[in-house]
Design a protein around this ligand. Structure first.
Ligand SMILES: Cc1cc2nc3c(=O)[nH]c(=O)nc-3n(C[C@H](O)[C@H](O)[C@H](O)COP(=O)(O)OP(=O)(O)OC[C@H]3O[C@@H](n4cnc5c(N)ncnc54)[C@H](O)[C@@H]3O)c2cc1C
Length: 404
C-alpha cells in the first residue's frame, strides 16, 4: 500500500529526486517519490554526459548552476556520493565575436560571485596538453566546474533524501490524478491509491502526459541528443577539465580514460509528445553515426589524436525542450496543487540542485523572486498550444544551443 503524503513527486530522474532532496533539506519530509522503473535515474538521466557548467548568459542562471555545484559538493561528502569531480572547465572561442560573448558571460559570472579567468594559450595548453589552442581567440576557465556520473547523482539524491525521511516507491506508475473541487487530492497508480495535497510532475519526456491527467496541455518536446565515448587514449586522465567549443557546437570531457564528445546538430530530431503512449518513453534512439562522425570531424582540428580512436559507447536519449528554452517550475494556476518541475532543456542533471532550490522557493516562499516566477508554467496555459509552432521553437532552442 502507498502511504498518504503531503507531496507526491512523479518521476525518479535527476530532477524528481533532486527536488525530493531539496524539499527534505528545507524541512518538508512528508514526501513520496513514485517511479515506474525498478530504480531511480534509469531513463534520460542514465544517458547524461554528466557535465556541469556554471558560466551562463545571465546572473540568475549562473546562480542556479552555482547552487547545483554546492549541492554536489555536499552530496560528495555523504555515504553515497554522486562521483563529483571538480576539475574545472575550458570554454574555447574561435572568433572575436565569440570572445566578446565570453566577456559578457564573465561579467555575469563576476556579478554572481563565480570565479572565472581568461587564460592565455600557454596556460590553456598546460591544462589540456593534447589540445591545440593555436586558432583560439579566447579561453575562459572556470575552476569550480566539473562532471559526475549521472546514475550516481540520482542514487545519491535518493539515499540522502531517504535519510531525511522521504519515501520512495519504485515499479509504481502514475495512472490517474484525483481532483477534489478542482485541486489535487490524490493519485492512482498500478499499486493502489494515495492521498496528497501537492503533486510534482518530474516525469521527464512523459511530463506532457502527466499534465494531461490533470487536464492541462503543456508544450514539452523530447529532442534527441547524443554523444560518444572513445576507447581509452594515451594522455587522457580523469583530472583534465571539461571543455566547450560553442562555434563547433561541441562539449566533452574524459570518461573512463577515453574522450566523451557530444554536440548539438543544426537539424534536430524532435517528438510530438502526443505521438507516443503515456505508458512508454519515446521510441528508442537509433544511433545516428553521420551526426556523431560530424562531431568527430569538427573536433579533429583541436584534438588531432582523437580522430582514429574507436568508439566504445554512445549516450543517447530524449531530453525535453520548451518553446522558450526555459525550465517549467511551479504550480499551475488552473489546478491548485499541481506543480511542474521539468522542461530542462538538457540541463536536468547539472541543474538539479538549483531546480530543487527554485521549486522550494516557488512553493513555500511567500515572495518568490522574479526569476522563479518567470519559470512558471502559467506562461503556456490559458490557450491551446499551437503545436507545430511550439515544436519548431523548441527545436530551434536545441539547434541554437550555443548561439550568440
Ligand atoms: C545524450 C545526453 C547527454 C546529456 N548530457 C547532459 C549533461 O552533460 N548535463 C546535464 O545536466 N544534462 C544532460 N542531459 C540532459 C539530462 O539527461 C536531462 O535533462 C535529465 O536527465 C532530465 O531528468 P528528468 O528527471 O527530468 O528525466 P528522466 O531522467 O527521464 O526521469 C523521468 C522519470 O519519470 C519516470 N516516469 C515517467 N512517467 C511516469 C509515470 N507515469 N509514473 C511514474 N514514473 C514515471 C520515468 O520512468 C523516468 O525515470 C543529457 C541528455 C542526453 C540524452
Amino acid at each position: 500500500m502507498l502511504p498518504n503524503s503531503e507531496i507526491v513527486i512523479v518521476g525518479g530522474g535527476a530532477v524528481g529526486v533532486g527536488c525530493a532532496y531539496a524539499l527534505a533539506r528545507a524541512g518538508h519530509t512528508d514526501v513520496l517519490v513514485i517511479e515506474r522503473g525498478d530504480d531511480v535515474g534509469t531513463v534520460t538521466t542514465a544517458q547524461g554526459a554528466g557535465l556541469c557548467g556554471q558560466v551562463r548568459d545571465s546572473v540568475e542562471r549562473t546562480r542556479l548552476a552555482m547552487h547545483s555545484v554546492a549541492t554536489f559538493r555536499e552530496l560528495q561528502r555523504s555515504e553515497v556520493p554522486p562521483d563529483w569531480h571538480e576539475v574545472g572547465s575550458l570554454r574555447v572561442a574561435l572568433s572575436e565575436r565569440r570572445a566578446e560573448e565570453f566577456r559578457r558571460m564573465k561579467a555575469a559570472a563576476d556579478a554572481a560571485g563565480l570565479e572565472t579567468e581568461f587564460l592565455d594559450r600557454a596556460e590553456a595548453r598546460r591544462r589540456w596538453p593534447l589540445m591545440n589552442f593555436d586558432a583560439t581567440a579566447a579561453v575562459l576557465w572556470c575552476p569550480s566546474d566539473g562532471y559526475m556520473t549521472p546514475r550516481h547523482v540520482a542514487a545519491s539524491y535518493r539515499h540522502n533524501a531517504a535519510r531525511l525521511g522521504v519515501r520512495f516507491a519504485t515499479a509504481t506508475a502514475l495512472e490517474g490524478i484525483e481532483l477534489r473541487q478542482g485541486r489535487v487530492a490524490g493519485i492512482r497508480t498500478n499499486r493502489g491509491t494515495a492521498e496528497c495535497r501537492t503533486l510534482i510532475n518530474a516525469a521527464g519526456a512523459n511530463a506532457y502526459h502527466v499534465a494531461r491527467l490533470a487536464g492541462l496541455e503543456l508544450p514539452i518536446f523530447p529532442v534527441r541528443h547524443e554523444y560518444y565515448v572513445t576507447v581509452p587514449m594515451e594522455g587522457l586522465t580523469p583530472d583534465l577539465p571539461c571543455f566547450r567549443v560553442p562555434e563547433l557546437t561541441l562539449y566533452g570531457r574524459v570518461r573512463d580514460g577515453g574522450l566523451l564528445l557530444g554536440g548539438w546538430e543544426p537539424r534536430s530530431l524532435s517528438q510530438d509528445p502526443r505521438s507516443f503512449s503515456p505508458d512508454n518513453e519515446p521510441p528508442p534512439v537509433v544511433t545516428d553515426w553521420p551526426v556523431l562522425d560530424g562531431f568527430e570531424a569538427s573536433f579533429t582540428g583541436l584534438l588531432p589524436t582523437s580522430r582514429p580512436a574507436q568508439k566504445s559507447w554512445v549516450g543517447k536519449g530524449w531530453p525535453t525542450f520548451t518553446p522558450d528554452g526555459r525550465f517549467l517550475i511551479g504550480e499551475c494556476s488552473g489546478v491548485p496543487g499541481f506543480v511542474m518541475a521539468c522542461g530542462c532543456n538538457a540541463h536536468g542533471i547539472s541543474g538539479s540542485g538549483g531546480i530543487g532550490k527554485l521549486l522550494v522557493e516557488s512553493l513555500f516562499d511567500p515572495h518568490p523572486g522574479d526569476y522563479v516566477r518567470s519559470l512558471s508554467p502559467n506562461r503556456f496555459l490559458g490557450s491551446t498550444p499551437d503545436w507545430s509552432e511550439s515544436r519548431r521553437q523548441a527545436a530551434h532552442v536545441y539547434e541554437t544551443y550555443y548561439g550568440v
